[in-house]
Design a protein around this ligand. Structure first.
Ligand SMILES: Nc1ncnc2c1ncn2[C@@H]1O[C@H](COP(=O)(O)OP(=O)(O)OP(=O)(O)O)[C@@H](O)[C@H]1O
Ligand SMILES: [Mg+2]
Length: 184
């Protein structure tokens, strides 16, 4: 059994994955850790503070995953993983995520792009296109134990941050930040 835990940075993938792997005695595999530890990135995007990879890395990631029968896979990008039995996308209220990412002392562009992605459901959309059956869980106001229980019980949420009236103002604020960096 392979369980994929994906979602925007800061939603709790690492913590939830580690709890699940301990609980079920599954292996834990972090795609980003694998890329960094094996220096599989091709370049560093200093504007976004992220690493870039090319397609050849996807094969290496999946070769590694296919060696593991029972594993919890943590990845921001679901489409890096070829197959999994259960696909979870953790979601977090964008206002809460914004505050949490600010606490990480990340750069403004990186924060704004990630909060915007959460608002628009970019990762969930990627997961849906890649795997069809996915389970989204709103982690906002849920304890780690509740999140884990919902994953096990297949109790999924309908998440649509765009239906929140105040979200348009946040999107405008984020767009302003992002456009400041566009010409840099
Ligand atoms: N259910 C929860 N309730 C409250 N805090 C949580 C919960 N789950 C995780 N956290 C906290 O949220 C923060 C982000 O968690 P974590 O590092 O696991 O996120 P992540 O999705 O793995 O981020 P990244 O993509 O950067 O690796 C951590 O400080 C963690 O302790
Ligand atoms: Mg993590």
């Amino acid at each position: 059994m392979r369980i994929l835990i994906s979602g925007t940075p800061g939603v709790g993938k690492t913590e939830i994955s580690k709890i699940l792997s301990l609980k079920f005695n599954f292996l834990y595999f972090s795609v980003s850790k694998f890329i960094l530890e094996n220096k599989l990135y091709t370049s560093y995007d200093s504007k976004r503070e992220t690493y870039n990879i090319d397609d050849s890395v996807i094969q290496k990631i999946n070769d590694q995953i296919n060696k593991m029968d029972n594993v919890i896979i943590e990845t921001i990008y679901p489409s890096l993983v070829d197959n999994a039995d259960k696909i979870i996308v953790l979601r977090k209220n964008p206002f809460v995520l914004y505050k949490d990412l600010k606490d990480r002392n990340w750069g403004d562009l990186k924060i704004a792009e990630n909060v915007e992605a959460e608002i628009l459901g970019v990762i969930a959309q990627e997961a849906r296109e890649w795997f069809k059956n996915i389970c989204e869980i709103d982690v906002t106001n849920k304890s780690r134990e509740e999140v884990v229980k919902n994953i096990i019980d297949n109790r999924c949420d309908n998440v649509d941050w765009l239906s929140d009236d105040r979200i348009q103002d946040l999107l405008i604020e984020l767009d302003k930040i992002i456009s400041l960096y566009e010409n840099k």
